[in-house]
Design a protein around this ligand. Structure first.
Ligand code: NAP
Length: 273
């Protein structure tokens, strides 16, 4: 490192097991970019100081993760149109002394799905109505998919559908009567456990099934999908693609996707929790 090394990082709390530094540092090395990426453990009561501190330190880039993606907006000079529509910022850039917020989660979800299917004109079901759902529903809408939102708490699904212009909403069980081309789980069901938000018989063989949950990588939902003959997409790809879009935004360089995916895997082996 030298005085010219670009310092960036991620603010989150707790910072225990993020794989973002591994992905970004591997990408910087692979592209010969003089930069380093740190995880900053910032509790909610220090978020304002951390973000405005970017200006003082001349820190040009920060990623933002849980629990700060919404509250960070109050500390920025500008939030771009897409991040404002989603209601969350995961990327802050200091440009001409202005702090600008953007969101790459939606495009990460879309690029991940596009590995298997073009969502245009397809029927997509999003399970869940929380933060991840907002980005996924927005991305699918941008790609021209018809979206149904199903959630344990139906009223949240309805509110999100109204806000982001989805086709319909309902309870999780409604998936039994739909036969969508795309299913994306954005609930936290399956995170660190072997349970699924959907019964296996609700998963049509022609569908692409993506799980936003990435720990474990091969969730119960994805295993059920594969067994039914559907195509399964691990949540890892959503995370790797959103990091890749941050890398593009910050460096104006095509991201080395394979390098980032390998670094993600290696970081998981080092710290599997
Ligand atoms: P969140 O805002 O807290 O939303 C949680 C969602 O899960 C809500 O829809 C909630 O339904 C539902 N849920 C929770 N427990 C449930 C249960 N027992 N049965 C049915 N539904 C349940 O969380 P989030 O930020 O959206 O994150 C959700 C998941 O996505 C997490 O596992 C997170 O790690 C993952 N994620 C992945 C990526 C990626 O890049 N791969 C990015 C972001 C998030 P109610 O409304 O009924 O409470």
């Amino acid at each position: 490192m030298s005085a010219n090394t670009m310092v960036c990082g991620i603010v989150l709390h707790p910072a225990g097991h993020t794989r973002s530094p591994a992905m970004h540092n591997a990408a910087f090395r692979a592209c010969g970019i003089d930069a380093t990426y740190h995880a900053f453990d910032v509790p909610p009561d220090r978020l304002g100081d951390a973000i405005t501190g970017m200006r003082g330190l001349g820190l040009r880039q920060l990623a933002v993760s849980i629990p700060h993606k919404t509250t960070v907006m109050a500390h920025l000079d500008r939030v771009d149109e897409r991040a404002a529509a989603i209601g969350a910022v995961n990327t802050v850039t200091l440009r001409e002394n202005k702090l600008e917020g953007a969101n790459t989660d939606w495009i990460g979800a879309l690029r991940a799905l596009e590995r298997e299917i073009d969502p245009k004109g397809r029927h997509a079901v999003v399970l869940g109505a929380g933060g991840a759902a907002r980005a996924v529903v927005y991305g699918l809408g941008q790609a021209g998919a018809l979206v149904s939102i199903l959630n344990r708490t139906e009223s949240r699904a309805r509110e999100l559908a109204n806000e982001l212009g989805a086709k319909e909403s309902g309870p999780l069980e409604a998936l039994a009567d739909l036969s969508p081309d795309i299913i994306v789980n954005t609930t936290s069901v399956g995170l660190g456990s072997d349970v699924s938000p959907a019964a296996p018989e609700w998963l049509p063989a022609h569908a692409v099934v993506m799980d936003a949950v990435y720990q474990p990588e091969n969730t119960r939902l994805l295993r059920d999908a594969t067994q039914r003959g559907a195509r399964a997409l691990p949540g890892k790809w959503m995370l790797v693609h959103q990091a890749a879009e941050q890398f593009r935004l910050w460096t104006d360089t095509d991201p080395p996707l394979d390098v980032m995916a390998q670094a993600f895997d290696a970081a998981g082996r080092d710290s599997p929790s």
